[in-house]
Ligand binder design. Structure first.
Ligand code: ZN
Length: 414
């Protein structure tokens, strides 16, 4: 009897243990499955995240005319390819297939530094200091002009992708292929000295995050750091947000002079030269080119009736000695005060290696000689907005819609 009882207890124990083991095993399996499902979901989420990130990057490259780069990005990881990525790829191929040779005129606009605080120059009804009104665009005006240029179909284009010496040493116009509704636009920025004083940016700096920034002194005398204190930064920001405004990251040409330093640095010491070079390097990375805008920027050196060939020779040598180590070699000359040198005086420029000559000419010619290209530019500033508004309205933007309320309507041109 006792033996039977023991057996029954043993069987019961075995049963209980068996059930327990079963339950534990079941549970483990369930947990494993759940874990697996969770991991799978996570992998899928990660893939989707990577795919979306890739699509954003590829679309940004595509909009900025980096077609090959966008296609490469879309096909880097086979696991990410799906209908969505294939649709973008098809869109890129369609745009490439529909590019057309651009044969129209090539326009060129330029600016000086931006007026940040117009209230400082134009308080109330008092007569305005003429230069500040005539030769400068205000920050708010430039910011309003850019979206209109984009809307009209302009794409910032490099002068180096428009004209180049061919293998025989003869200058020729290069083929420009763009979508049918787009037009190339060259932009330049003159006199980046930043020695205008209060109301303008004080100098360019590299901020704590390693970004290009502007140091600005407010009318109250406070020094602040901004990221839109001059043409370069406003344009960089605009292209980051609207990559379709720039052909492969191109921005513009900076016309450097020597007589008052560059970007707020006087270039008198090793340290200030190093600071200026750091700014130059960063701007080049951001798509800016540099040009010789003469060393002296002097009317008497370049344009007086007594100007000698040797004066221009000396000025050009000074630019080469002092500015070239800062801004690097360039084949672009932007004439000070915008005129076109003639004869032996022009030859000085050509013989010093400058085969792209940019001047100011509102009829916007592009003249291609064998050894020199001459291109006219239009300033975006007070004079053009006051006196050539029809031309600006016709080709670039609606002047009345961008003009700052504090811009004086009468200038010294009256
Ligand atoms: Zn100038």
């Amino acid at each position: 009897m006792k033996k039977t009882k023991s057996i029954v207890i043993l069987i019961l124990l075995l049963l209980i243990t068996g059930v327990n083991v079963y339950i534990v095993l079941e549970y483990r399996q369930y947990a494993l499955l759940a874990e697996l499902e969770k991991t799978n979901a996570e992998i899928m989420r990660n893939i989707e995240y990577e795919r979306q990130e890739m699509l954003i990057e590829a679309a940004h490259l595509f909009k900025g005319f980096f077609y090959e780069e966008a296609l490469t990005r879309l096909n880097e990881n086979p696991n990410l390819i799906n209908d969505e990525t294939r649709a973008l790829e098809a869109e890129i191929h369609e745009e490439i297939n529909n590019l057309v040779l651009y044969e129209g005129p090539i326009r060129h606009v330029f600016l000086h530094s931006l007026v940040l605080y117009p209230e400082f120059f134009f308080p109330g009804e008092s007569p305005a200091p003429s230069g500040y009104s005539d030769y400068f665009a205000f920050q708010s005006e430039f910011k309003a002009i850019l979206p209109q240029l984009l809307e009209r179909g302009y794409v910032l284009y490099s002068i180096h992708d428009i004209v180049r010496l061919n293998e025989n040493g003869v200058m020729e116009r290069l083929d420009i292929y763009l979508p049918p509704d787009r037009m190339p636009l060259v932009l330049s920025k003159d006199d980046p000295t930043l020695h205008y004083g209060i109301g303008f940016a004080n100098r360019f700096i590299i901020d704590e995050d390693g970004e290009l920034a502007t140091e600005v002194i407010t009318p109250e005398g406070e020094t602040i750091i901004t990221h839109d204190g001059d043409v370069q930064l406003v344009l960089d920001q605009f292209v980051r947000e609207n990559p379709e405004f720039s052909f492969r990251g191109v921005k513009g040409i900076i016309a450097a002079t020597g007589y008052m330093g560059i970007f707020g640095y006087d270039l008198q010491t090793e340290e200030s030269r190093r600071d200026a070079i750091a700014i130059v390097e960063r701007m080049k990375e951001n798509g800016w080119l540099f040009a010789n805008h003469s060393y002296s920027h002097s009317r008497s050196v370049f344009w007086s009736p007594n100007t000698q060939v040797s004066d221009i020779e000396r000025d050009t040598q000074l630019w080469r000695e002092i500015m070239m180590p800062i801004v690097g070699e360039t084949n672009i000359f932007i004439s000070p005060h915008g005129f076109l040198l003639q004869g032996a005086k022009r030859d000085v420029i050509i013989n010093n290696g400058f085969d792209i000559y940019l001047m100011v000419d509102f009829s916007q010619p592009l003249i291609i000689h064998d050894n020199l290209v001459i291109m006219g530019r239009i300033e975006l500033g007070g004079i053009s907005m006051m006196w050539f508004s029809n031309l600006l309205n016709r080709y670039f933007f609606d002047v009345e819609s961008v003009i700052h309320p504090q811009r004086p309507r009468s200038t010294t041109w009256d």
